[in-house]
Design a protein around this ligand. Structure first.
Ligand code: NAD
Length: 498
């Protein structure tokens, strides 16, 4: 199978083009940002800071494509997605390598991310069934009522750096399968793998203008928010930006789903299986070097659970090997950038200043073969309290904060003191405790003996409280509701006996 990517060969000096109306198009931007391999420092590309005009051109292309695309029967629209899915499977290995180079995550993590993305496409392939409406005959004598779902027009999606393949695939396959067209603004930090993905979907036969990609920063996002032809926006990123996008989109009457940041707690009861719990906690806190909205952050040991689980977490965290994600035997890659590495290191220092006990310090971690990498190793802080910065704020790095609670009730209170509400986990062998927990915890993604509460594509993904702004979440049936208008048709037909 020849390499289908054309964006790189057609562009000079690693300039990353936009994708508008089926063509790779140089942005009109005068500024760009470098995309660097976070392990080696190698320059991989220059991402343009596109302008209002670039964003407007993409929206216009999407608006022009909408009437034709939405008129194609759903069963034919998904033929494109079936072919796209097969190409993704075929190219998964190469996509994973590129993903590791631009993001830093390990090869196994990249493969896992691509598999999750494929899952979304699989779900979107079921659109003919998922888009069906309801009917009730004879709601009054001779009167029938039915609902139909119709696409709305042009959508926008704005996505973060930590899952640059999977998160765009949470959105645009559903938007286009339901008959809409879309403009994606990927993260400016690692936009390359998705460029290849665009090549694959065009090879699968997606018509020009149905999916458009505009690179850049908040200027592009602002332009998309302001554009009257954009009907709705799907956003994932930090909570401050998610909240601002939610307000701005709401103020101009656009649909919006805005997924924000997290501070996830993991509660361990004394009746838990400590070995399995510590394994799940270590995978949750340190997987993807802590750069996940589902990463465990605070471990709450209830009563006698604290000491045994503390020791096991410390043992697990100490054994993790930091290194270049493309090499064998690496458990944790670098974090995305030097400023982010310094931010995480700053939190560790602040934690110690505020009275937490630093029992494992990842700031000492080095990978001599790659001196330019943004390395930070597994870190454990004890005696973390909810009012400390490390107890309250999202760190987005490989840092576990350990704390104690006297009871499940006290542990749940501690969870609710935090403004975020993305995910929470309980480790126990008691069904009664698990039941109590799922009834009382006001958090939308709940794990029972599961460390990373990642709903599969067939279920809704999104948090609550300060982690989510909107009502319809990503993926699952919510995606179909978000990208369609549900219309009600009530009919009475004259009969010959009238
Ligand atoms: P970010 O908020 O910095 O950026 C996200 C996107 O918003 C990017 O495309 C960026 O260009 C754009 N953006 C940044 N500032 C903006 C502004 N002022 N106005 C408009 N657009 C702006 O987030 P990030 O650092 O790329 O990603 C990490 C964050 O995303 C973490 O907080 C993480 O928890 C969150 N996240 C949440 C979920 C979830 O499901 N809730 C999933 C993944 C990541």
């Amino acid at each position: 199978m020849p390499h289908v990517g054309t964006w790189r060969t057609s562009s000079a000096a690693l300039a990353i083009p936009n994708f508008i109306d089926g063509r790779w198009t140089a942005a009109s931007a005068s500024e760009s940002l470098p995309v660097l391999d976070p392990a080696t420092g190698e320059l991989l590309g220059h991402v343009p800071l596109s302008t209002h005009e670039d964003a407007a051109a993409a929206v216009q292309a999407a608006a022009r494509a909408f009437p034709g695309w939405s008129a194609i029967p759903a069963v034919e629209r998904i033929d494109v997605l079936f072919r796209f899915r097969a190409l993704l499977e075929e190219q998964a290995g190469d996509l994973a390598k590129l993903l590791t180079r631009e993001h830093g995550k390990t090869t196994a993590e990249s493969v896992g991310e691509i598999r999750r993305g494929i899952e979304s496409v699989t779900h979107a392939c079921a659109i003919p069934t998922l888009m069906m409406g309801d009917t009730l005959e004879n709601i009054a004598t001779g009167v029938d009522c039915e609902t139909v779902r119709q696409p709305l027009g042009v959508f926008a999606a704005v996505t973060p750096y930590n899952f640059p393949v999977m998160i765009p695939l949470w959105f645009w396959p559903f938007a286009v399968a339901t008959g809409n067209t879309i403009v994606l603004k990927p993260s400016e930090r690692d936009p390359l793998t998705h460029q290849r993905i665009v090549d694959l979907v065009m090879q699968a036969g997606l018509p020009p203008g149905v999916l458009n990609v505009v690179h850049g920063d908040q200027t592009v996002v602002q332009a998309l928010l302001e554009h009257p032809d954009v009907k709705g926006i799907s956003f994932v990123g930090s909570s401050a930006v998610a909240r601002a996008i939610y307000s701005a989109a709401g103020a101009v009457g656009k649909r919006v789903q805005a997924l924000g940041g997290a501070k996830n707690h993991m509660i361990v009861l004394p009746d838990a299986d400590y070995d399995a719990t510590a394994k799940a906690v270590v995978a949750s806190v340190y997987g993807a070097t802590g750069q996940r909205c589902l990463a465990g952050s605070i471990v709450v040991g209830v009563g006698d659970a604290y000491e045994p689980v503390r020791q096991r977490i410390l043992d697990g965290a100490s054994s993790l090997r930091v290194g270049y994600g493309l090499e064998e035997g690496v458990d944790m890659g670098p974090v995305i950038s030097r400023p982010h590495r310094d931010r995480v290191a700053g939190y560790i220092a602040k934690g110690a200043e505020e009275g937490a006990t630093l029992v494992l310090d990842g700031r000492r971690s080095k990978v001599p073969k790659y001196p330019a990498g943004h390395w930070i190793g597994a870190t454990v802080l004890e005696n973390v309290r909810p009012e400390m910065a490390v107890g309250r704020e999202e760190i987005f790095g490989p840092v576990a904060g350990l704390t104690r609670a006297a009871s499940l009730e006290e542990a749940i209170e501690l969870v609710h003191r935090n403004p975020y509400g993305n995910a929470v986990s309980l480790f126990t062998t008691s069904g009664a405790a698990a039941r109590e927990f799922r009834l009382r915890a006001q958090i939308s993604m709940i794990g029972v003996n599961i460390g990373v509460v990642a709903p599969m594509a067939f279920f809704p993904f999104g948090g609550s409280r300060g982690s989510f702004f909107g009502d319809l979440k990503a993926q699952g049936r919510d995606a179909i509701s978000f990208y369609t208008d549900q219309r009600v048709v009530i009919s009475r037909w004259p009969t010959s006996e009238k």
